[in-house]
Write a new protein. Structure first.
Length: 282
């Protein structure tokens, strides 16, 4: 079997999951907003292989949305996050028409407050889980993924509660070298060790890319999240738009860059971030 086409597909789709909420809801980025073009263009009927992905982003928390949906001054802190991920891909011999993946994600987090000259850093709450998918047509993918986030990170940056992140995922290859990849899902949150119990939330992440040539693929992004109120924690929502480019550097490597900003929201940080993704397949 020629593994190169499968490597290319898996490389583009190297992140089967994305970013959870690593901070209190008012200051967190949108769930799974790290995904890129081809994220869910996944193969079936292949031999097992491995993927390593390193994500990173820098977010300036200069502005937030208040309860009325107006932008007001935020904390001014700068958040720097890295996500190191290992994924094992395989297709069962008994059912080669489906694909499976199991992954582990370890966040690295630093929050710098220039106004108070303070910094909180450490390993964030790790995530682990699975994904399953099939291909309704040769040019489409449909699947489901579910992950558990474990409150085992450093005290300074842990959310201090259990989470389950489950979502449907899909990818459609379109005419004229366009492609649409997206997900829609739900985040369940347990009670934190300090007694707070954040509300559950719905999110969706949409990417539309155009393969300009063998190297470059510009794309646009839409991310949306809506969290329920619970107790003293108010409901929140945010809509982000973004634009970026994916560099198809080698058969087994790729790099994606994206800028994202919020266009409306309520009780949520206003996204203003630079995002990076590097993926390696072997």
């Amino acid at each position: 079997m020629n593994r190169t086409p499968f490597k290319r597909a898996a490389l583009a789709a190297a992140c089967v999951s994305g970013l959870a909420a690593f901070a209190p809801q008012a200051f967190a980025q949108t769930t799974f907003d790290v995904i890129g073009p081809h994220e869910y263009e996944l193969p079936v009927g292949f031999k097992p292989f491995n993927v390593f992905v390193q994500y990173g982003y820098v977010q300036d928390n200069k502005r937030v949305y208040d309860d009325k949906g107006d932008k007001v001054d935020g904390s001014g802190a700068q958040t720097i996050v890295g996500l190191s991920k290992y994924v094992r891909f395989w297709s069962p011999e008994s059912h080669p028409e489906i694909g499976l993946a199991y992954e582990v994600i370890v966040p690295e987090i630093s929050v710098r407050d220039g106004r108070n000259a303070t910094q909180s850093s450490g390993i964030g709450d790790p995530l682990t889980g699975f994904a399953v998918w099939y291909k309704p047509t040769a040019g489409s993918t449909l699947g489901f993924q579910s992950f558990v986030q474990i409150p085992a990170g450093s005290t300074a940056v842990s959310d201090k509660n259990w989470k389950n992140l489950s979502s449907f995922l899909w990818d459609v290859r379109l005419p004229a070298d366009f492609g649409w990849t997206a997900d829609a899902g739900y985040v369940w949150q347990g009670k934190r060790s300090d007694g707070l119990h954040p509300g559950n939330s719905f999110h969706t992440n949409q990417r539309l890319g155009w393969r300009a040539n063998s190297l470059l693929e510009p794309f646009v992004a839409l991310d949306y999240e809506n969290a329920q109120s619970r107790g003293d924690i108010k409901s929140s929502r945010v809509t982000d738009l973004g634009a970026g480019v994916m560099f198809h550097t080698f058969d087994n490597q790729s790099i994606s860059l994206r800028y994202a900003a919020s266009v409306n929201g309520r009780n949520h940080s206003a996204n203003n971030s630079i995002n990076l993704k590097y993926a390696y397949v072997w």
